[in-house]
Design a protein. Structure first.
Length: 79
């Protein structure tokens, strides 16, 4: 191989890998977005479920109704 063909091969290699890297970045962003959306949905469901409990049931869990959001945040932070 001549020096010229190495430059061409190197340029071709760069041209192939650059779009692949761009696609990987796009898929990573999509994955992060889906993960964030899933966590938000879990958080909302948890708050909804806790809000549906009676005050007596909440006291058995060890929280007051006014503490539901903080409790849900704490549980989500532990995941």
């Amino acid at each position: 191989m001549t020096a010229n063909s190495n430059v061409t091969a190197s340029g071709l290699d760069h041209a192939i890998h650059h779009p692949v890297a761009a696609l990987v970045g796009i898929f990573a962003k999509i994955g992060n977005g889906l993960s964030t959306m899933t966590k938000s949905m879990q958080h909302a469901r948890m708050i909804s479920a806790l809000n549906s409990l009676t005050d007596h049931q909440l006291s058995e869990v060890g929280i007051k109704r006014s503490e539901i959001a903080d409790y849900a945040n704490k549980l989500m932070a532990n995941e």
